[in-house]
Ligand binder design. Structure first.
Ligand code: SF4
Length: 448
């Protein structure tokens, strides 16, 4: 059971030394109770107290990690229901499923395509996280498929088989990786536990009700397997949303350990229509999916899902930023235009992509605005004349140019006068408000 802040406080040294970063032991205890601090921050907790607190301070949703050749797919360790309360930590893994009744060469070709897929989004490389391989017949065919897939790409795996003997063969073929075993039910869990223990891998259990999942996870933990993933057997959108939400709520709000495990989702089993499959996958990303298994690889589907996931799983208190400095686009020359913007990633890439697409060479000065967009930073006093002037001086951009002209984003034209005072000898020009209008604006550029 979770301990209250006062109960935790009684186990702490109560010296208020502040080394944990909190002003008092009581403040630290309250944060521990709210799962917003880690016990290790206090170096003075006794072993006895540590043991008592360990259960209470353990993450309410167990972290489960799949590995292959240095690649990892993690799910769990979440401490909030809503991203705006703090942040979500582990992006749900996107997996593509292959069934072993397809010709191996065809599977290998598709696996290659999945493994090679990489697309850049605001400076982040987005890729598919892993592969799911499902047995449809005997163990030898399953093993040959697993082996064949790993010859092409060593990505984290989910092995799907309902027969433990077939699973055993697949597991042997996956030696050297740490896959998730999917297929255990109320009838077969004991055999799957033996496999999971023997190979040190996590296992998923499928059951249609919360009671059945909790019952099974309790038995499996008692049998010696801690890394468990839930497959709430329901497949329709409404039931999936309800069960996923209840599992997360019970884990977080009631610290009900028997439901404190990540969830695996199969959007392809929710609908035949590709559009609805995407909707189901979207729901799983937003509402507590930990591993999401798609039946088809299509960049048109995968890309928006990866972008959505990125947006939901970034820390709202730490915007994605690019390094402040001077960026060269299209091989700029001394007489090329100099533009300034902020270091919020999406702002930077919007501006940089428009300049790049215009074909015009240019210098892009990125000022440190603490990761905020232009207007937000201006309103917060993080993108003012002083900061822009500081960026101009600290980057020595002047030495690269044959002119002294700086183009301001149109949204902050109000800074023109102040900036001219901060940068004597410079001509400050007001550019367009929106990045999309930069190519047209740059056509009129004249350095003289
Ligand atoms: S480091 Fe430990 S002893 Fe010191 S204030 Fe924090 S909780 Fe108390």
């Amino acid at each position: 059971m979770a301990l209250s802040g006062i109960q935790i406080y009684k186990l702490l040294p109560q010296t208020n030394c502040k080394e944990c970063g909190f002003p008092t032991c009581l403040a630290f205890a309250m944060k521990l109770a709210a799962k917003q601090a880690e016990l290790d921050k206090c170096p003075y907790v006794s072993e006895e107290a540590r043991e008592k607190l360990a259960e209470s301070s353990a993450p309410p949703v167990r972290l489960v990690t799949l590995t292959a050749d240095g690649r990892e797919a993690k799910a769990g360790n979440e401490i909030v229901l809503f991203r705006h309360e703090k942040t979500f930590y582990n992006r749900p893994g996107i997996f593509i499923r292959f069934r072993d009744d397809e010709p191996l060469d065809a599977i290998k070709g598709k696996v290659q395509e999945v493994a090679e897929y990489a697309v850049e989004y605001v400076g982040i490389a987005l890729t598919v996280d892993g592969l799911a391989i499902e047995a449809t017949g005997d163990g030898d065919t399953f093993a040959a498929t697993v082996q064949g897939v790993l010859e092409v790409a060593k990505l984290p795996l989910i092995l799907i088989a309902s027969d433990p003997a077939v699973m055993a063969k697949g597991l042997e073929a996956a030696a050297g990786t740490k896959p998730l075993l999917h297929g255990a039910t109320a009838d077969t869990w004991e055999s799957f536990v033996e496999l999971a223990k023997q190979h040190g891998v996590p296992m998923a259990i499928r059951a249609d009700t919360l009671g059945a999942l909790a019952d099974l996870s309790t038995k499996i933990k008692e049998a010696g397997v801690d890394d468990i993933v839930f497959d709430p057997g329901v497949r329709d959108l409404r039931s999936s949303l309800t069960l996923n939400t209840l599992i997360r709520r019970m884990a977080l709000k009631k610290t009900f350990r028997a439901l404190g495990f990540p969830i695996i989702s199969f959007p392809g089993e929710c609908a035949d229509d590709e559009g609805m499959v995407t909707v189901a996958a979207t729901q799983a990303i937003a509402k507590y999916g930990g591993f999401i298994v798609l039946d088809r690889f299509s960049p048109a589907t995968v890309y928006p899902l990866l972008v959505l996931r990125e947006n939901i799983y970034t820390n709202p208190q730490e915007p994605i930023q690019v390094q402040p400095g001077i960026y060269e686009i299209n091989d700029p020359q001394p007489n090329s235009p100099l533009m300034v913007t902020t270091n919020f990633s999406i702002t930077y890439f919007s501006v940089a992509n428009e300049i790049d697409g215009s074909g015009m060479p240019g210098w892009l000065l990125v000022a440190d605005a603490e990761g905020m967009s232009v207007l937000t930073a201006w309103a917060a006093g993080k993108f003012d004349a002083e900061r822009i002037a500081k960026a101009v001086k600290s980057t020595n951009v002047e030495e690269k140019l044959s002119h002294h002209k700086l183009i301001l984003p149109g949204h902050v034209s109000v800074l023109l006068g102040e900036l001219e005072e901060e940068l004597p000898g410079w001509e400050i020009m007001v550019g367009p408000r929106e990045a999309v209008d930069l190519p047209g604006y740059l056509k009129l550029w004249n350095a003289s």
